[in-house]
Design a protein around this ligand. Structure first.
Ligand SMILES: Cc1ncc(C[n+]2csc(CCOP(=O)(O)OP(=O)(O)O)c2C)c(N)n1
Length: 203
């Protein structure tokens, strides 16, 4: 059951899932060449834990840049599907990127938002998405019609499969629990950048 089908799934009745488990489901469904941009902290820690790929970029230090970086890659390489993984707190810091994505409308861009309602990595301070802000409504208001809350794991698979058909831009927002990430990304930005540039043949 998806929001687009029923109008019933919203931020507060979506199933609370696990970021690592969903990241693993996403990675398992990649064909080969998709670029995946993991946002600061837990988004890229769990991406790292799912197995390093040369087409993965692991953002360190700056909040809210997964979607802007993914947008740039999607525009530069329109034949490659690009996935951004971002936390709710980071997206809330960079909401303007959603209207830029909507205006440029790259079909090959999927944005996955992990909404745990907290700035987990800095101590669990609540974000506004825990109470008043609805990230899917914000995305739609920014012009991204294809924006949905994930009902459950099966719905995540369906939404992702549809997005990977290049019908985007698509935003998929998942409510997740507060469990820590499974691993920690190696902190070597120079190596991460070089490996990614090589991985997407952009050197
Ligand atoms: C501009 C900026 N402000 C604050 C921080 C400190 N900081 C790093 S990660 C983070 C929380 C990120 O929250 P979210 O994106 O929701 O991910 P989560 O930690 O919940 O997985 C904060 C506040 C930062 N790195 N950059």
């Amino acid at each position: 059951m998806t929001q687009t089908q029923t109008g019933a799934i919203g931020a507060h009745n979506a199933k609370v899932m696990n970021r690592y488990a969903l990241t693993k489901r996403m990675v398992d469904r990649l064909k080969r060449d998709e670029a995946v941009i993991g946002g600061i902290g837990n988004a890229n820690f769990d991406l790292w834990a799912c197995g390093q790929r040369p087409q993965n970029f692991y953002m360190l230090g700056s909040m809210g840049l997964a979607i802007p970086i993914a947008l740039g890659v999607a525009i530069a390489q329109p034949k490659r599907h690009v996935i951004a993984l971002e936390g709710d707190g980071s997206l809330l810091m960079q909401l303007g990127c959603l209207s830029t994505v909507a205006m440029l409308a790259p079909k090959n861009l999927t944005m996955i938002v992990w909404d745990n309602g907290i700035y987990q990595i800095t101590g669990g301070q609540p974000t506004t998405s825990a109470s008043t802000a609805d990230l899917v409504t914000i995305a739609r208001g920014s012009g991204i019609a294809n924006a949905s809350w994930v009902a459950d794991e099966g719905d995540f698979d369906r939404l992702l499969a549809a997005a990977l058909k290049d019908g985007g831009p698509t935003l998929i927002a998942a409510r997740i629990d507060g469990k820590p990430a499974v691993a920690t990304t190696e902190r070597d930005p120079v190596r991460i950048r070089a490996a990614f540039m090589q991985g997407i043949a952009a050197t």
